[in-house]
Design a binder for this molecule. Structure first.
Ligand code: AMP
Ligand code: MG
Length: 325
């Protein structure tokens, strides 16, 4: 099996980052922060999670590059001293006393590669920040890209359940299958997952963003109607949508553009796309084109995203073309 060193390092990194996210969500999100719509808890967790993932990967694979969503510029400002202290404290709780301020900032900035090299990791330290702040779903999403192809994906979903265990971890490697683990149980051996065996879209359940600003929900409702889908959409934040398709909680994930100019980011899709494909599904943009990860930080050659269990993919793409004209 290829990519075993990378897989082990990626799993450890995502588990450690998920620990810090869970701690921040439990300790820093209060009635007060919710009422004030205070985003500082997610800011702390975002930076801390990126520092932790980079620290782990640097130890295991010191020559590998990282394209992360965050950089430390904002955090270095004089007026952000207390935010910075909180980030350093949360990182130190996971990785120990070597995590002083300079080291944490350097770890965060390890994520500043631009995606122009043949091999690099990409990280969304907290995908679904709005879900995180609502106390709902979010994900730590880590992918490895080689020559424009996603070859490994690790997705930590701290609030998604596996049986009665809260926290799910999904992994996939190129040429390997998709596996689901209990996120906060390192002894778990995992189980193979597979997409739904649905052959007509009318039998499908579809999922989409909770945020109507991130995906065109009125258009997806028309597409669902055309496909004969009668159930309500499963609305869930973050790449948990890809996980939902991979493990057959849903058979379709629709992400339809809300603006002409928005460009999808590679870290919002790399891990999830590979996990769906490894579970037997299909992922393309809304025109049915493969997602092109060879262009740096954005999916500049693609519009929207459609993930399905596979057999119904063309049917879904055709319905999208019909509704969008
Ligand atoms: P979701 O949880 O699926 O709603 O997606 C969260 C992700 O949406 C974030 O990581 C953002 O990068 C991304 N995002 C932000 N604005 C937009 C937009 N206008 N269209 C699509 N995605 C967006
Ligand atoms: Mg994101």
């Amino acid at each position: 099996m290829s990519y075993q060193l990378e897989l082990k390092a990626g799993i450890e990194a995502v588990r450690a980052a998920a620990n810090v996210c869970r701690a921040v969500q439990a300790n820093l999100i209060t009635a007060d922060t919710l009422e004030k719509k205070d985003k500082s808890p997610v800011t702390v967790a975002d930076f801390a999670a990126q520092a932790i993932v980079c620290a782990h990967l640097l130890k295991a694979l010191p020559n590998d590059l990282m394209v992360g969503e965050e950089d430390s510029a904002e955090l270095r400002a004089d007026e952000e001293a207390s935010l910075r202290a909180s980030v350093v404290q949360h990182v130190a709780e996971q990785v120990g006393s070597e995590a002083d301020e300079a080291q944490v900032l350097a770890w965060i900035d390890h994520g500043s590669a631009d995606g122009s090299q043949p091999r690099y990791w990409t990280l969304d330290p907290i995908d679904g920040t709005k879900g995180f702040l609502r106390g709902e779903q979010y994900a730590v999403a880590l992918g490895l890209i080689e020559n424009g192809e996603v070859v490994l994906g690790v997705l930590g979903c701290p609030n998604l359940k596996v049986g009665d265990h809260q926290g799910a971890l999904f992994t996939a490697t190129k040429d390997g299958g998709a596996t689901m683990y209990r996120l906060f149980d390192e002894t778990d051996q995992g189980q193979a997952i597979q997409v739904a065996q649905v052959t007509s879209a009318s039998q499908a359940r579809f999922c989409e963003s909770v945020e109507s600003g991130h995906s065109n929900q009125s258009e997806s409702a028309k597409i669902a109607e055309l496909l004969g889908i009668t159930g309500e959409p499963y609305r869930i934040d973050s790449q948990c949508k890809y996980a939902a398709v991979a493990r057959n909680d849903a058979s379709i994930y629709l992400r339809l553009p809300t603006s002409e100019t928005y460009r999808e980011k590679i870290w919002d899709h790399a891990a999830g796309k590979l996990i769906v494909e490894a579970a037997g599904g299909t992922v393309t943009d809304m025109h049915g084109k493969p997602l092109d990860f060879s262009l740096g930080r954005h999916l500049d050659n693609n519009k929207g995203v459609v993930a399905t269990c596979g057999a119904i993919h063309d049917e879904v793409i055709n319905a999208i073309q019909q509704v969008r004209g």
